[in-house]
Structures are given as structure tokens and as C-alpha cells.
Ligand binder design. Structure first.
Ligand SMILES: Cc1ncc(COP(=O)(O)O)c(C=O)c1O
Length: 482
């Protein structure tokens, strides 16, 4: 190995082959590993040297430690037994896209610093727009997460609702601003509101109906009340697929309110946007064509490895004006050319990874029908589990399951107190998770502890649906026997 410069290229070739073989075997045998690793906090740190090596180590030794120390302490998101939160499965084309992007290491902050990267991002996002049935024209940009995408959209909304005084004085120069989202909206909306300087009171939670969807009449009343009180409403976030139960807000009615009040509409379809790839689930984005911005996360249900979040907007100039600040050293002659987009102008980060490659490779390798058929299958799994729950005397559904997530609880005869039921269901989740075969998470639906089973893993089959149902029932039986 050379003492300066990069590693020996042949050593890299051999290690890359070894890594590729390892990934292929890992994916093939993924179910041999416990989904939740059997480690306690501190185990990994204790297993690793406290100090860095003084002399460089061979790649083989590093890969050995990756395999023996890090992989066993990894939660296996790629496993079909992973049914917690929302799925995120790395597919073969997505993994290859990550690898090749790291190989190129292009940083497309400006068109000039990554022409292929900049233009592929526009192409891939236009393809995805078509797959999800969204109308033209939409300008898209890839961010790391939906939390960033929503923050950027709401920054644009805040600035669009400001005036000349706010340009220099920021929010301090304006009456207090308000953003509206349903009580079921993701915490990233509240976080964005805090980061934007609107404070925790800057977000007003709107009540939901019996199916946990935003109540548009309550939204309109809240906006009227705030306006009369001298506040300045600036945006509404409608969720297509809430985190707890995947409820879908009535976007057309929310869009009507936004149009009447002149407010920015942001649609958080981080999870459920993917469902629109299947024509029979396209309804999840009904009304989103009227939104000012939309976020969809391919790293959730579109088989693209972490991280990849798409933000579309029909108002790119508003997004650009919220973020564009070009120092001298980043000025280029081609900036005036509308085909030479400088992606640094549409968010906080200057530098950016080549995330479009993995998304483009996923879209090509699956095709729109391939994506639709997976999404359809995952929704079928949820329907199957829902049917079994409905038919069981010991379990009940706690919310509608319109897509690929089921919220349920055990409710056997004779157990009725809220606290008792919560404790019973918590113990079932713990028992299922300790098996190593499955990892499920929980939520609260109207204050009640709910077991939450989320399908969406690329490798899941109907056998896994039977598996989790048996595991839930066996866990209840074991608990009854205690
Ligand atoms: C509806 C919704 N929006 C936003 C997010 C935040 O996603 P990210 O982790 O990409 O920030 C989540 C996370 O699960 C979500 O469910």
C-alpha cells in the first residue's frame, strides 16, 4: 500500500468484490439475523478500540470488523420481519446506485459541478411525478429527509406570506405567523415551525374526524379566529398518510380553504405518496395537484435506500427566493441559462449527494408497473391482517387501515380497563419483538395504546403476514397462561 494518496487500486478492487459478495449473501440470508439486534446500549462502543490506529489498516481487517462487530448490532431494516414505523427497503438497483454515487463523489451544488447529477435529478423526479399521476409543471428537488423537505416548503410559505419589511427584519418585523396541520400530522411540521422562528405556538393543531382526517370546517374556523386576533396565517399542511394510522386528510376541501384564504398548501405524502403508483390508490393524492408543495419519500415505500426525499413545488421561484444567496466564488456564466439549474438555491445545504442516481436506477429496474404491483401487494397484506383481526374474538382494529398499516390491539374477554389493556398490549409488542423474527412498533389512537403493524418491505410475502398474526396470537396466549 502506498504511504500517501489513495489505497492501492487492486486492494480496492478485491475489497469491493468482497463487499459486493457480502451484500448479496446478506440480502439472501437476511432472515437468519434477528430483526432487532441482541445488544444493550454501550455494547458496540465497548467492542471498538478507544483510539484510532496510527498506521493505516488493511481493508480486509476493517471489513472483518464490519461483519463481526457492526452487522450483529444492526437493526435489520432490510428484513421482511421489519414491520415497525414505515418500511425502508434497500433494493438491488438502489444499493448499486449508492455505491456508484460514492464512486463518482460528485457534488452538484452548481450545474457546473455536476451537470449529469443536476439534470438526472430533474429527469428522475419528472418520471416519478408521472408514475404518481401528478400534473405538470412541477419543479422537484431531492433532500435528505421529509423533515428537511417540509422545512424548506414552509420557509418558502413563510416568506411568501411576508412583505418588504420581513425581507430585512425577518419574522420579527411581522405579526405572529401561524401554520396549520391536523392533530395527527408528523412532528416534523412542529419542528419546522420552531426552526422557522414561529415558536411552538406557531403551529395550530386542527381536530380530526372519526377517521382521523383533518376537519376542514375546523380549519376554516381556526384561520378566521387567528386572523381576527391579529395573527398572520401562512400555510396549511395536509397529510396523505399520517404516521400513526395512515389516515388521508381531505386535500380537495383543505385546498378550497387555502384558496379562499390565500394560504400556501403543503402536502406531506412522505409515506403514502408512493401508493399513487397503483391506479386504484391514486386517490391518496387527490387534490395534491392544487398544492403549492408536496413531499414524497422514496426511501420509505419506493425501495430506495436511505436517504431520498422528494420535494415538488409549482412555485420554484418562491422556494428559490427563500434560499438563494450566491457568494462571488459560486457565480457562473451559465447561471442565466434556464437549463442550468443550481440546486444549491433550493435548500439550506450547499453541497449535495448524488441521490438521483439510486432513484433513477430503482425507477428503471422496477418500472411503474413493478412499483404498483409491490404497493398493491403490501396493501393486500394489510387487508388480510385486518380481516383476521375482525374475525378474532381476542383482537380489535383501532383505526381504518386504508393502505399498508394496521393498528390493532388485543382485547380478550374479561380485560376491560384502559390501563390493563395498555399494559397487556405493550407486553405483546415486547414479546413479539424479543422473538427476533419480527419488529413491530406502537402508537396511540385516541389515547389508547395500539399495536402497529406496517407492511411495505420489498421482501415480505404472505407467509410473513401469517407469521406476524401467529406471533401476535401466541404472545397473547403466553400472556394469558402467566
Ligand atoms: C407522514 C410523515 N412525514 C414526515 C416524516 C419524516 O420523515 P423523515 O424521516 O424523512 O424526516 C415521517 C416519518 O415517518 C412521516 O411519517
Amino acid at each position: 500500500m502506498t504511504a500517501v494518496g489513495d489505497l492501492d487500486i487492486e486492494a480496492f478492487r478485491a475489497a469491493a468484490h468482497r463487499a459486493a459478495d457480502w451484500i448479496a449473501d446478506y440480502l439472501k440470508d437476511i432472515e437468519e439475523r434477528p430483526v432487532l439486534p441482541r445488544v444493550v446500549p454501550g455494547d458496540v462502543r465497548r467492542a471498538l478500540p478507544e483510539h484510532p490506529p496510527r498506521d493505516g489498516e488493511p481493508l480486509d481487517a476493517i471489513l472483518d470488523d464490519f461483519e463481526s462487530l457492526l452487522v450483529p448490532a444492526t437493526t435489520q431494516w432490510n428484513s421482511p420481519g421489519f414491520m415497525a414505523y414505515f418500511a425502508s427497503s434497500g433494493s438491488a438497483p438502489g444499493i448499486l446506485g449508492e455505491l456508484l454515487a460514492a464512486g463518482l463523489n460528485a457534488n452538484a451544488m452548481l450545474w457546473r459541478t455536476g451537470p449529469a447529477q443536476t439534470e438526472l435529478e430533474q429527469v428522475a423526479l419528472d418520471w416519478l411525478r408521472q408514475i404518481l399521476g401528478l400534473p405538470e409543471p412541477l419543479f422537484g428537488v431531492i433532500n435528505d429527509t421529509a423533515s428537511s423537505s417540509t422545512l424548506y416548503a414552509l420557509a418558502a410559505a413563510r416568506d411568501a406570506a411576508g412583505d418588504a419589511a420581513a425581507e430585512r427584519g425577518g419574522v420579527n418585523a411581522l405579526p405572529p405567523m401561524r401554520i396549520y396541520a391536523s392533530a395527527e400530522a408528523h412532528s416534523s411540521v412542529a419542528k419546522a415551525t420552531m426552526v422557522l422562528g414561529l415558536g411552538r405556538d406557531g403551529l395550530r393543531a386542527i381536530p380530526v374526524d372519526a377517521e382521523l382526517r383533518m376537519d376542514p370546517a375546523a380549519l376554516e374556523d381556526a384561520i378566521a379566529e387567528d386572523t381576527a386576533a391579529g395573527l398572520r396565517p401562512c400555510a396549511v399542511v395536509a397529510t396523505a398518510g399520517t404516521t400513526s394510522t395512515t389516515s388521508v386528510d381531505p386535500i380537495p376541501a383543505v385546498a378550497d380553504v387555502c384558496a379562499r384564504r390565500g394560504l400556501w398548501l403543503h402536502v406531506d405524502a412522505a409515506y403514502a405518496g408512493a401508493a399513487a403508483a397503483a391506479p386504484e390508490y391514486r386517490w391518496v393524492l387527490d387534490g395534491a395537484e392544487r398544492a403549492d408543495s408536496i413531499v414524497v419519500n422514496p426511501h420509505k415505500w419506493l425501495f430506495t435506500p436511505m436517504d431520498c426525499s422528494v420535494l415538488w413545488t409549482g412555485r420554484p421561484l418562491a422556494l428559490r427566493s427563500a434560499f438563494s444567496l450566491v457568494p462571488e466564488y459560486l457565480r457562473t456564466a451559465e447561471a442565466a441559462n434556464p437549463d442550468a439549474i443550481d440546486l444549491m438555491d433550493y435548500g439550506v445545504s450547499l453541497g449535495r449527494r448524488f441521490r438521483a442516481l439510486k432513484l433513477w436506477m430503482v425507477l428503471r429496474a422496477f418500472g411503474s408497473d413493478g412499483i404498483a404491483s409491490r404497493v398493491r401487494e403490501h396493501c393486500r397484506f394489510a387487508e388480510l391482517l385486518s380481516q383476521w383481526v375482525r374475525g378474532s374474538p381476542d383482537f380489535e382494529l383501532l383505526a381504518p387501515a386504508p393502505l399498508s398499516v394496521v393498528c390493532l390491539r388485543a382485547h380478550p374477554a374479561g380485560v376491560d380497563g384502559d390501563a390493563e389493556l395498555d399494559a397487556l398490549n405493550e407486553s405483546i409488542v415486547d414479546r413479539v419483538n424479543s422473538s427476533g423474527r419480527f419488529f413491530i412498533s406502537h402508537t396511540r389512537v385516541r389515547g389508547v395504546y395500539a399495536i402497529r403493524v406496517a407492511f411495505g418491505n420489498l421482501r415480505a410475502t404472505e407467509a410473513h403476514v401469517h407469521g406476524i398474526w401467529n406471533s401476535l396470537r401466541n404472545s397473547l396466549s403466553a400472556r394469558k397462561a402467566m
